[in-house]
Design a protein around this ligand. Structure first.
Ligand code: ZN
Length: 561
């Protein structure tokens, strides 16, 4: 069904929560596997419907924020989500304490039970006031960042608008943009320190109340880390330093030669090519057409998928008046349809929508008829990002369709940004471990730790006279550190797995693709490590993965650099 024809009705929250509560009671009272399965089916039907309606309202609201009807519907769903959540938790409780659990694990897989155990550890009514404080502090940070009004070149700019000038081809403009950015953050340094310090204390308090030693431990549960712990992550970080940092240093040397800037400073870091970054050819319509051709040629599976998306108008990617900013991929469960939202703007970001977001959409499309429960559709976050980040690499043979003669440079830029990201993302992760393992550190001590981490992960970086960064405060502009603690390493793990698929595809594209399809086909039924093992790629935490990636990257750069 076309997206525009999908009917919408407001959810009857009372009826839905009552039905969910009844399903939880039926599960708790189930004497046979058949009765328990019937309770799971009841729950599935309600959840699927609630999810479908709130997703349709959300999409229609973001597609046209001026539409008052869907704005109200979206607000209504936001307000009522906690009530639904509460009833869902009753079902989770019944699931975890069911005497039939062994049979249910047999039927639905152990993983959804493991994940439910982790999420149960993250909540107790006692912490509600602290959670509210955590939200309040997070919004305070968001408001402060959104309030930025920076005078620059005769204009008043937001931080996002200023960002474009940080990549300007004129060095003097880039430098001025960094100085202006630094000025804003330094002017609010005390406030940023206070908000973060309060967040660290608040999160630590929550963790202690829930019986954890530190917030780090709680964060691993919040992130549903069901197959690795902080020790594994520390080992991963040290392999990034050993294997990837040298490759990035090599890339930075190449950048110096390419751009002719001998004394590279932080404000030259994003200046990749003298002639500007590679840009896709043609109109947004041409890019969409190229995406269709690419997926049709890539494999029968992707061909079927992309035609389903286009035939059912499941992509809204052109900019329009009233459209919300940003981009996302979501699923409309009752119609078994993925949906992609974006705002094309003529940059390589448009192509990324067709490779990255479509990778997420393809993963859902591949398993939509295969799973009994919606909980089995998607794996944890790092694995979902493997779906999308790997697809970006599998798209390489078709870059000519998007970039024409700029395709060679576009592949180089993609690989470069993937590699440069790894040490940065890992540094963000180590910083957070330090901060939450020692919550008593003062703001100045935190900045000192940040400076030390910079020289470990980005030894090539010279901050020059840009105070905000040279003081070790650069972490304060990383939104995730304030809002989504410990979230960042997921991207690094996913990028590692994606680079492994890329590395394999260099020697045998078909075989790499077959492995990727298998990874995707397992949906959310396996943990991250199990998915990697099933696809036959090296464990990203292990001794070999990053070393192999670095070797392939170096030989690729020898041939193409
Ligand atoms: Zn993604």
């Amino acid at each position: 069904m076309k997206f525009c024809d999908m009917p919408y009705e407001r959810i009857d929250v009372k009826a839905a929560t009552a039905a969910l509560d009844a399903a939880a009671e039926h599960l708790a009272g189930a004497k046979t596997l058949g009765e328990a399965e019937a309770a799971f089916e009841e729950r599935e039907k309600i959840i699927t419907h609630v999810h479908t309606m709130s997703t349709i309202a959300y999409i229609r609201h973001t597609v046209n924020t001026l539409d008052e009807f869907y704005e109200k519907e979206n607000d209504f769903n936001d307000e009522n989500a906690p009530l639904i959540e509460q009833s869902e938790q009753k079902f989770t409780e019944a699931m975890l304490s069911s005497p039939l659990r062994p049979q249910l694990e047999e039927k639905y897989g152990k993983l959804i039970f493991v994940n439910a155990e982790l999420s149960r550890k993250c909540f107790s009514p006692e912490i509600i006031p602290d959670l509210q404080e955590e939200n309040r502090l997070s919004s305070e940070y968001q408001k402060l960042i959104a309030s930025a009004q920076i005078e620059f070149g005769g204009k008043t700019l937001s931080l996002a608008q200023l960002g474009a000038y940080k990549e300007n081809s004129e060095r003097i403009i880039r430098h001025a943009a960094y100085k202006a950015e630094s000025g804003f953050y330094m002017a609010h340094a005390d406030e940023l320190d206070r908000i973060f310090d309060s967040l660290v204390k608040c999160r630590t308090r929550i963790a202690k109340k829930l019986g954890f030693g530190t917030f780090t431990e709680l964060a691993y549960c919040r992130q549903t880390r069901n197959c690795y712990n902080a020790v594994d992550v520390a080992a991963f970080r040290s392999r990034i330093v050993r294997d990837i940092v040298p490759v990035v240093c090599r890339l930075k040397e190449m950048q110096k030669k390419r751009t002719g800037i001998d004394d590279m400073k932080i404000y030259d870091d994003l200046f990749a090519f003298k002639e500007g970054n590679p840009k896709p050819d043609g109109s947004p319509q041409d890019i969409l057409e190229a995406g269709k051709t690419m997926y049709e040629r890539m494999s029968p599976e992707t061909g079927e998928f992309i035609n389903f998306m286009y035939d059912n108008a499941l992509m809204d990617v052109l900019s329009a008046k009233g459209k919300a900013a940003g981009g996302y991929c979501t699923e409309i469960l009752e119609y078994k349809s993925p949906f992609i939202f974006s705002n094309f703007n003529g940059t390589s970001g448009d192509v990324d929508v067709l490779t990255h977001e479509a990778g997420h959409a393809f993963a859902y499309y591949s398993v939509r008829d295969k799973m009994e429960l919606c909980d089995q559709l998607s794996p944890t976050m790092e694995s979902c990002e493997v779906h999308s980040m790997s697809m970006e690499f599998f798209a390489w043979p078709w870059h000519e369709l998007f970039y024409g003669s700029d395709a060679v440079r576009s592949r180089f830029m993609h690989l470069e940004s993937a590699l440069v990201f790894l040490p940065y993302g890992t540094m963000v992760d180590e910083f957070q471990h330090i901060v939450y393992d020692s919550p008593e550190l003062t703001p100045a001590e935190r900045d000192g730790r940040c400076r030390a981490l910079e020289s470990k992960y980005r030894p090539y970086m010279d901050f020059g006279d840009v105070e905000f960064y040279s003081d070790g405060r650069g972490w304060q502009r990383q939104l995730h550190i304030y809002l989504y603690p410990f979230y960042y390493i997921d991207y690094c793990l996913a990028q590692t797995a994606a680079l492994e698929f890329w590395s394999m595809s260099r020697s045998d594209y078909k075989d790499a693709w077959r492995r990727y399809l298998h990874f995707v086909s397992l949906g959310g039924t396996k943990s991250f490590k199990e998915l990697c093992a099933a696809a036959g790629i090296d464990d990203p935490f292990g001794e070999r993965a990053l070393n192999g990636v670095a070797q392939t990257a170096n030989s690729w750069l020898d041939a193409n650099g």
